[in-house]
Design a protein around this ligand. Structure first.
Ligand code: UDP
Ligand code: MG
Length: 311
């Protein structure tokens, strides 16, 4: 019999977990060919998430939990979950039922057929999400795929079922600045995509503000592309060329029409503009330098305070 580990990152999910548990047990009881382990990662929740998890684990031996010493973020929680999982197949799911457990049997059968190493999901609609957020999400995927060699699929969720082999490949990538959507693409393997419509969260609130998502998108750009660095070189060359042409134009003008002093306002604008471009480019370089700085410190991605897994 194959074992499926379901990794569930949880941050302040005390309201959603009971719903999730009810749904996931319903699905796993219906799947006779697989046994289950539910691996909840308590990502430093400030509510009673851990208490709820402990209660469930007392009643049901399939419920395992790992509890962090503080909030390390969803990326860290997923990494810890993949590391602690003991199943042959490993799934990642949100606690809020936005990733429907009812897809699991189909995903399991697909992997069992041996043709694929991974079954991933993407949402084709963004129903129930603010329009402006969808717009920026679309823009992000456009830019990301234009500047990076690693494919990042538009609307891809973190919800996926993978073989142990693929998970081991992901664990090999132990970088601190994690951008899983890119890492999944980077490791390769045969992936089948399942599409479904967006489902709204069952209880609790989303943990991602617009600002947090914006920073996360920068993480994606810097983690999977160095093209922005080339951008500063190109802008630099372009501005040198413009300056050169302007010098020639001004010299010619002086010889032909004399030299009336003027154009100070435009000069001020140009200085500001060029200054801005310089800061922008320095900022890009700074981003990469900062990421490198964090990376070379080799700090742990997460710290576990307590857990009830054997590993
Ligand atoms: N999450 C987490 N740590 C965080 C933020 C979120 O473990 O710092 C978990 C959260 O509990 C949920 C999943 O990541 O299970 C997705 O979060 P959320 O539903 O808030 O994101 P959204 O679906 O709105 O993008
Ligand atoms: Mg959600």
């Amino acid at each position: 019999m194959k074992k499926i580990s379901v990794v569930v990152p949880c941050y302040n999910e005390q309201e959603a977990i009971p719903y999730f548990y009810k749904e996931i047990t319903k699905v796993s009881d219906s799947m006779k060919k697989a046994e289950f382990e539910y691996l909840f990662i308590n990502d430093g929740s400030k509510d009673d998430t851990l208490k709820v998890l402990k209660e469930f684990s007392k009643k049901d031996s399939r419920v395992k939990y790992v509890s962090f010493s503080r909030n390390f973020g969803k990326e860290a929680a997923m990494y810890a979950g993949l590391k602690e999982a003991s199943g042959d197949y490993i799934a990642i799911m949100d606690a809020d039922l936005q990733d429907p457990p009812s897809l699991l049997p189909e995903m399991f059968e697909t992997l069992e057929s041996g043709e694929y190493d991974c079954v991933a999901t993407r949402r084709v609609t963004r129903k129930g999400e603010p329009k402006i957020r969808s717009f920026f999400a679309k823009l992000f995927y456009k830019i990301m795929n234009a500047i990076s060699n690693t494919e990042v699929v538009d609307g891809a969720r973190d919800f996926r079922l993978m073989t142990k082999q693929m998970v081991n490949a992901i664990l090999e990538i132990s970088e601190y600045n994690r951008f899983s959507k890119g890492i999944f693409g980077f490791v390769g393997f045969q992936t089948k995509w399942i599409e479904y419509e967006n489902i709204e969260r069952v209880a609790g609130k989303t943990k991602w503000s617009f600002w947090k998502l914006f920073l996360y998108s920068l993480e994606g750009f810097t983690a999977f592309s160095t093209k922005p660095l080339i951008l500063s070189t190109i802008v630099g060359i372009l501005f040198c060329a413009i300056a050169f042409i302007m010098v020639i134009v001004i010299i010619c003008k002086t010889f032909i029409f004399g030299d009336p002093v003027g154009g100070w306002p435009s000069l001020a604008c140009i200085i500001l503009f060029v200054g801005g471009i310089q800061l922008f480019c320095t900022g890009i370089i700074g981003q990469y330098l900062a990421k490198t700085y964090i990376e070379v410190k080799h700090r742990p991605i997460y710290i576990i305070k307590e857990k009830n897994t054997e590993k």
